[in-house]
Design a protein around this ligand. Sequence first.
Ligand code: UDP
Ligand code: MG
Length: 311
Amino acid sequence: MQTVSMIVPCFNEQESVPIYFNAMAKIFQKPEMQNYALELWFIDDGSSDATLSELKKLNKQYPDVAHFVSFSRNFGKESAIYAGLQAATGEIVGLMDVDLQDPPELLPQMLQELSTGDYDTIGTRRIGREGEPAFRSFLSNLFYKFINKISKVEIIPNARDYRVMTRKVVNTVLSMPEVNRFSKGIFSWVGFKTKYLDFENRERVAGTTSWSLWQLFEYSLEAIIDFSAAPLAIASFVGIFACVVSVLAIIFIIFRTIFFGDPTTGWPSLAAMILFIGGIQLFCLGILGNYIGRIYSESKHRPIYVINEKK
Ligand code: UDP
Ligand code: MG
């Protein structure tokens, strides 16, 4: 008998929680799943609806299966994942969303692949992005292209957080206590053999997604800054480029003055140049600032989450 700990972050998911639990219970009743004992770790990420009371209800009814950790406020999904990894006791640990966008029907196959011993992680990728605005898919494709160009760690396009892994992988991830967490990168960074299974994209079962376009942008920035120093190199390159161009311009101006005299023109171009250089400087400062900001937040060593209640 092997314990499978599934970590399930929940943020305002009162409708999804019971539906998810029933779906999982059904899967673990299947004959091929009889060698696995399910341990669920719901992480209530500071929900303001009845999510916590739903979790308490489940915990009362199934104290051996349905556990929960409740945060003191919303810390974000990445913090929830870390809390879950710390709480999980199983030899096998998995992550999945509560909205059933990560299909539980896939879990038996994932566990079966893991049990062959050929892999340490079985991840998932969704194919098709129906039901999503075209602009969002476009941005997301652009993001994956960009990050994989500049990051040494491979970020698998369209990979979900939905995965199962061995204790070995979990312990390695737990040994990375960084505050700025981008899980997709962290799971790649730790290495080990990983296999990806594909599944069709599907709509969430209830509730609404809590990600705005702006949050996705910030998430991408997190990914880029946490896993690549390329923007810093780009900043110095842009600086050098501006230098070279201005030296060429100076040479040009000197020669023009010598051969053609010095008619005082060029006010607008001068103003434009000052603005251009100023813009480049602010842009590079901004890049630096983003890295320094991360250093600042890491150096404070604040906890990644604060627990209000745990059962
Ligand atoms: N989630 C969370 N904290 C947050 C935002 C989301 O724990 O601050 C959870 C949410 O309850 C869900 C999962 O993370 O189980 C994925 O969120 P969502 O479905 O909103 O994202 P999407 O599937 O649209 O990427
Ligand atoms: Mg979802």
